[in-house]
Design a protein around this ligand. Structure first.
Ligand code: NAD
Length: 499
């Protein structure tokens, strides 16, 4: 059995708490490794190391810091297959999906190569007689990030790349479900020239998270995960005086107008609803066709597409559509919610409950499910399922459809499929959701825009990546300076004073 480590002070360090979490191969159900769960004192040691290393890293000029990012991009490309393989083995997602996970992280690293430009600050010449005023962005010190299982490469990179490019040290507490890729990323950052101690990976559970929340030297915390934990971390982190941003769960609606291209909408729904086994915070989990006739046409198009989906292990080739879910507990939770949908009266059009894969009977595979005639009072509508389950809620009108999305407690992503520019524009303007797609089912913004939801999907002011990340990981200092010797009363320059 492989025993994983922490990565502290530039070395793989064994856990000393005596506590471990099982890391599964979700395709086979076997435990393939054990991740150490850090104690409070192991976390305190990592913070100490980070704080000392940051003193000199914060003084390194931004161009040199950017060069580390440039080299890191090269190494990510060099090791893309190795990273994706390790990722698929622990997470279960298909090999192309795993590469996408690394790629979307890499794109934020590329954005961070612009650190010298992004950190330039502001300058006002002659704000008054002999007075100049300038603002600079300085690093915070030691920052921390707590990440979910579903994007074990992308989300850590979304956090540590901008934090480190801004001159901070970073402590990453990845998900205990799939910690290998974060450890590999830390090694690659060091190979790229990052000094030891600037990026540390401390594996753990609530004990490690609480140690982060309460440590006085940690200045900022980024969190991505489920909403109840996001609320907890936001509350305790803020009350400890830290800068905190937390991104939580989702229930993303896609509205299908009667004039939509139904083939395009059905293709989009299948990819967005079932890709990565529905374990994406930007997955579409609710389809809202407007009008019964639209609903009937949509279901008719969806059924054969969903029945064709190929579910399997990542080793079965690139034509696998999605793999297993992450743990047996996740599978049980999904199947429990499916049962609640049946019990509460939704129509289960495609039933994946008996799905089984020959040779992988102990894997955590879940067949695709499609519900029709779901109503807003049902648990499958209210709760995030995070599995391959798509619910259809039939709306009588556009107003009813947009009202559903507006009233839902989550506000991460949403989409409308239509040929009507008026409807699309009205939807984009009125919807209270952070990321909106128009005929685009998963509107994940690119690295140079920012990523973040509204309502119960995000807590804090700034979004992830893009310009917001450079604001989140720096604080502004504004200097007002006066050099009065060369200035005459009235502001006219006195050349004689220069002699
Ligand atoms: P999770 O909330 O269970 O875990 C996230 C992190 O919190 C992990 O590092 C975990 O170790 C830690 N954690 C878990 N329980 C804790 C506790 N009681 N106290 C302190 N820390 C704790 O989430 P997950 O299952 O890993 O990820 C799936 C969730 O993440 C989904 O809800 C999904 O929507 C969400 N997510 C959101 C976004 C976004 O940008 N909004 C992106 C990806 C995933």
């Amino acid at each position: 059995m492989q025993e994983l480590t922490h990565y502290i002070g530039g070395a793989n360090v064994k856990g000393t708490s005596g506590r471990f979490a099982d890391v599964f191969n979700p395709a086979t159900g076997e435990v393939q490794a054990q991740a150490p769960l850090a104690s409070e004192s192991e976390m305190a040691h990592a913070v100490d190391v980070a704080a000392k290393a940051q003193l000199s890293w914060g003084q390194v000029n931004p161009q040199r810091r950017a060069r580390v990012m440039m080299k890191f991009v090269d190494l990510l490309n060099r090791d893309m297959d190795r990273l994706a393989e390790a990722l698929s083995r622990e997470h279960g997602k298909t090999f192309p999906d795993a590469k996408g996970d690394v790629q979307r992280g890499l794109e934020v690293v590329e954005y961070c190569i612009g650190a010298p430009q992004l950190l330039k600050g502001e300058f006002t010449d002659s704000a008054g007689p002999g007075i100049d005023m300038y603002s600079m962005r300085q690093p915070l010190g030691v920052c921390a990030g707590i990440t979910p299982f579903n994007f074990p490469a992308m989300i850590p990179m979304w956090m540590f790349a901008p934090a480190i490019a801004c001159g901070n040290a970073f402590i990453l507490k990845p998900s205990e479900r799939d910690p290998s890729v974060p450890l590999m990323l830390a090694e690659l950052m060091e190979e790229a020239g990052l000094p030891k101690g600037i990026l540390q990976v401390v594996n753990g559970d609530k004990v490690a998270v609480d140690a982060i929340l309460d440590h006085p030297l940690i200045q900022s915390i980024g969190f991505v995960g489920s909403t109840p934990i996001a609320e907890y971390i936001y509350g305790r982190g803020c009350s400890n005086g830290k800068r905190v941003q937390c991104f939580g769960g989702a229930k993303n609606h896609m509205i299908i107008m009667p004039d939509a291209d139904m083939d395009q909408a059905a293709d989009a729904l299948v990819g967005a609803g079932y890709g990565a086994a529905g374990e994406r915070c930007m997955a579409i989990s609710v389809a809202v066709p407007v009008g019964d006739e639209t609903a009937d046409r949509l279901i008719e198009k969806l059924v054969p597409r969903i029945e064709k989906l190929k579910v399997g292990p990542y080793t079965a080739g690139d034509d696998v559509d999605y793999g297993p879910v992450v743990t047996a507990a996740a599978k049980q939770n999904i199947l429990g919610l499916v049962q609640s949908g049946v019990d509460q009266g939704a129509e289960l059009v495609i039933d994946g409950r008996d799905f089984s894969l020959q040779g992988y009977e102990d894997g955590f595979f879940v067949g695709p499910h499609l519900f029709d005639r779901v109503t807003p009072d049902m648990d499958i509508y209210k709760k995030e399922i995070f599995g391959p389950v798509l619910s259809t809620v039939r709306a009588g009108s556009y107003e009813e459809a947009i009202g559903l999305a507006i009233d839902h407690e989550y506000g991460n992503g949403t989409a409308i499929f239509t040929r009507d520019g008026d409807a699309a524009r009205d939807f984009a303007n009125r919807i209270n959701i952070g990321m909106v797609g128009i005929n685009v089912p998963i509107p994940v913004p690119l690295a140079y825009h920012t990523f973040g939801g509204w309502k119960k999907s995000a807590f804090g002011d700034l979004n992830q990546h893009g310009p917001d990340a450079f604001r989140f990981y720096t604080r502004t200092k504004t200097v007002t300076s006066r050099w009065p010797s060369g200035i005459k009363e009235g502001g006219e320059f006195n050349f004689k004073a220069m002699d």
